[in-house]
Design a protein around this ligand. Structure first.
Ligand code: GLA
Length: 683
């Protein structure tokens, strides 16, 4: 057996549903997969009833047969716990296991992910089915890994059942100990929301204004994350008792209201992601002029890397998207299946499993195409998978290599969850996050997302020359200490408008702004305002270069001797007011910028701070191509990905070894449409 996702190789897999097909097809399907270079299948994530068809009645024959066949054929298996879809007998007998909408109406059987994480009955039933599955199948030689559930928080990331309210109260009691402390943190004196008994507190419910106390909502998101994490751990602890020591535990996808760093720490060996870049071409909601389209998925992959530097793709797009009710997107064009596979690998994926082998002929996902169409006939997409597997033979040495970047974008869950509900916060943040991603991509500047976690120190930040922490509205003393250490040691930190005006409860601080960041940034903010539509765009000038201070303007004043005003607003009501301050702090520099970051703004910062195009002396390539870097044992690999439907001209300014063409190349190269190259720098 070949181990997955641990430096031994880069492998292909596929999602397979033995329960969707006549058993007579299994052997032929497995043979065809193996012939195409697919060595692993993921199975069983929606198949509870095939193990426990009625309460307390167990049967293992179905998956025993499949696993034995897989073993006989030499096919590896990732086996799943089936809890994403509780059976009808369970939800009918115990409706309290169901999730509910905000009005308390239950989500019924008939789709998926209709359960809640906190129902004591569901936890009991989960313990039971996971125990039965893991103890029975855990030692099977065909199995190489375990997937917990399927896509925690997919379909719905809000939970409003009675069990959730009961668990929310326990969560809050632990967090605050006393009602006085909770009332204080939530500012319940406002609008007479004061609580006198824990039983008066609920998960958010519909209100007259459709607005719920924001501090309550922030704690509610923390609570949802806590619920998912403790539910995942419940499963992982059981699987770990029975699985073979070398088998991994994962879960798939990335969704909102989940602290994934905690999930990896407590429950997983590795995270796997479900990558559907075709949404970039979706018929509903995507802008055809958007230069990023499928390239936005590199942002998602950067988020996955922030949790799991080497990861797997459990579901990689292989056909057209679509439920029978929504989400239509076209079939991957010839070359795109390869491009998207390589996009995942460029960011650190060492296992790629396509979704799915054959397109289902029934159910909600009849238009969610797999490699094969309904008939299973040989087709163009399967031929492309074969080609990918041939190409992977030349990339094996990259397994385990890490994506490397000198620019980091700092994040933390408190601010992410605050921005989910706070419009002022989300407006500045979404503009800056989009612009940072687009410009870093277009200037071929690899970057990482870096999460501020409790008990971290500045060591892990020192690998970055520049960190952007665009709108850390919520700041804590611990986090500021880490950032101060980073800057003092020589780092450059860039912060944007609205920094530091909230505490951990999401309450505004009475300090002079930017609150806890004032010392590090040498900045004072006597006044601030939204950018009014009739004054848009507000521009700032920095050494002769003009760029936008989007969405919001903090009007700045320098504070302290080491602070220097670098830029001022150029026109409108705030003309000549400082807009950009640099503070020398220890051996480094902190920048405070009074606006949100538009694309032209990000370009200026990257250039002035000297971090744009870090490989400009080795390679030049058009904006439509992505550049990524993976590194292992001192060897560096450059991935060049052409997302365009036209050829791209690139120029190698040094001799680079082309892993697909097996030779050194230099000078002008033509990359075919959707083409990919992987170059080794040096030997
Ligand atoms: C998700 C799920 C799969 C399937 C695909 C396509 O990623 O994990 O079960 O539903 O999407 O919709």
């Amino acid at each position: 057996m070949r181990k997955l996702i641990n430096e031994t190789g880069i492998d292909l897999g596929v999602c397979y549903y033995p329960e969707h097909w006549d058993r007579a097809l299994w052997a032929e399907d497995l043979d065809r997969m193996l012939e195409a270079g697919i060595g692993t299948v993921r199975i069983a994530e929606f198949a509870w009833s095939l193990i426990e068809p009625r309460e307390g009645e167990y049967t293992y024959e179905f998956f025993d047969s499949f696993l034995d066949l897989a073993q006989q054929k030499g096919m590896q298996v990732i086996f799943c716990t089936p809890t994403a879809t509780p059976p009808a007998w369970l939800t009918e007998k115990y409706p309290e296991v169901l999730n509910a909408d905000m009005d308390g109406h239950l989500y019924r059987h008939g789709s998926r992910r209709h359960y809640n994480y906190n129902s004591p009955v569901y936890r009991e039933k989960t313990r039971n089915i996971v125990e039965k599955s893991a103890s029975h199948y855990g030692s099977h030689p065909a199995i190489v890994g375990w997937q917990l559930d399927n896509e925690f928080n997919c379909e719905n990331d809000n939970f409003f059942s009675d069990s959730d309210t009961a668990a929310f109260r326990r969560f809050l009691q632990e967090r605050y100990q006393t009602l006085e402390a909770l009332n204080e943190a939530w500012g319940t004196v406002f609008w007479n929301q004061t609580y006198t008994e824990w039983e008066e507190i609920y998960v958010p419910r519909r209100t007259n204004t459709n607005s719920v106390n924001p501090h309550q909502v922030l704690d509610y998101y923390r609570f949802v994350s806590d619920s998912v994490n403790s539910y995942a751990k419940l499963q992982a602890d059981i699987v770990r008792k029975y699985k073979k020591p070398e088998d991994f535990i994962t879960t798939n996808g990335m969704f909102s209201n989940i602290d994934y760093q905690r999930m990896v720490r407590e429950s997983l060996d590795v995270l796997t992601y479900d990558s559907y870049p075709d949404f970039g071409y979706a018929l509903d909601g995507y802008n055809s002029a958007d230069p990023m389209k499928d390239r936005w998925w590199s942002r998602n992959l950067a988020e996955v890397r922030a949790v799991s530097p080497n990861f797997g793709i459990m579901e990689q797009q292989s056909g057209a998207n679509g439920w029978n009710t929504r989400m239509e997107a076209p079939s991957p064009r010839p070359g795109q299946l390869t491009l998207w596979t390589m996009q995942s690998i460029a960011h650190g994926a060492d296992y790629i499993s396509y979704f799915r082998w054959r397109t289902c002929t029934f159910g909600t996902e009849i238009y969610w195409h797999g490699i094969l169409d309904y008939s299973g006939r040989e087709n163009r997409r399967l031929r492309e998978v074969r080609e990918v597997s041939e190409k992977l033979k030349f990339l094996q040495e990259i397994a385990g290599a890490k994506y490397v970047a000198k620019v980091g974008i700092v994040k933390d869950y408190d601010n992410i969850w605050d921005a989910r509900q706070d419009r002022w916060h989300s407006r500045v943040d979404s503009v800056s996050q989009d612009a940072l991603f687009v410009v870093l991509q277009q200037t071929h500047t690899p970057f990482d997302y870096v999460y501020m976690e409790n008990h971290m120190d500045s060591e892990s930040l020192k690998q970055y020359d520049v960190l952007f922490y665009p709108h850390a509205c919520i700041l804590t003393e611990e986090r500021m200490k880490v950032l101060e250490d980073y800057v003092a040691a020589g780092g450059k930190l860039v912060m944007g408008c609205r920094t530091g005006y909230k505490d951990l409860s999401g309450r505004c601080v009475m300090d002079y702004l930017p609150g806890l960041a004032a010392k590090l940034t040498g900045t004072d903010i006597p006044e601030y305002s939204f950018v009014a539509p009739d004054e848009r765009p507000v521009t700032v000038e920095w050494e002769g270069t003009k760029f936008e201070a989007a969405v919001f303007n903090d009007l700045l004043a320098s504070a302290g001797d080491s602070a220097q005003v670098l830029g001022t607003y150029t026109a409108g009501s705030y003309a000549d007011t400082p807009a950009l301050i640099r503070n020398r702090f220890g051996r480094g520099e902190a920048y405070y910028f009074g606006g949100a970051f538009a694309e032209d703004t990000v370009r200026v910062f990257l250039e002035k701070l000297g971090v744009a195009e870090p490989f400009g002396d080795i390679i030049s390539l058009p904006e439509g191509c992505e550049l990524a870097l993976r590194e292992k044992d001192g060897r560096r690999y450059l991935f060049v990905l052409n997302y365009k439907a036209e050829q791209a001209e690139i120029e190698l300014k040094a001799k680079l070894y082309d892993l697909f063409n097996h030779r050194e190349e230099a000078g002008r190269q033509t990359l075919e449409k959707y083409g990919v190259r992987v170059y080794r720098i040096g030997i």
